[in-house]
Write a protein that binds this ligand. Sequence first.
Ligand SMILES: Cc1cc2nc3c(=O)[nH]c(=O)nc-3n(C[C@H](O)[C@H](O)[C@H](O)COP(=O)(O)O)c2cc1C
Length: 182
Amino acid sequence: MKSLVVYSSLTGNTKMVGEAIAEVLAPECDIFPVEDNPDYSDYDLVVVGYWVDKGTADKKASAYLKSIKNSKVAVFATLGAEPETEHAQKSLQNGIDMLDSSNELMGKFICQGKIDPKLLEVMRKMFGTKVSKENFHAVDEKRLERHRRASTHPDAQDLANAKAVFAQIKAAMELNKNGRNE
Ligand SMILES: Cc1cc2nc3c(=O)[nH]c(=O)nc-3n(C[C@H](O)[C@H](O)[C@H](O)COP(=O)(O)O)c2cc1C
């Protein structure tokens, strides 16, 4: 089974998860940054990973996701928020929803990724420290705490979780293929 992993990553979190996934899908697996715009057409499984930008897939990954047709696809993402939150689940679904209906979704995964401290500084300068309905991007203690919780991710457990999800996808696809060949 030939797999392709394509990741979009600004600060390395999504790349790290993509590399863990590629380990599981090896030996017949290629991995590329989205900037390389790899041709997906020769692969049995196309895996696309993105960093969450304002609740959805970042621009580069969005363009790649939308370009895929007639393929078996799995999607993963990293984001600052906890993966169990509604925001995280919506951010993953928004990426999946970009896929053309000619594709088949084989699986999905999302985990937390540390947030660049530079972003926090920019937000503090732009929005201050007092949160209100109109100013929900302000950097208050709650936001600082969220950043602290994200700062250790992706951790060993996240990578193990990602590997487990993709090991299952691989096993299911190989079983299916062998079944058809009999
Ligand atoms: C411009 C910008 C927007 C972001 N928007 C969100 C967001 O809407 N929700 C969230 O939970 N994290 C958000 N994040 C945090 C990133 O998704 C998170 O840190 C991710 O793991 C970064 O991945 P990377 O290291 O592969 O670039 C944002 C980060 C940046 C820089």
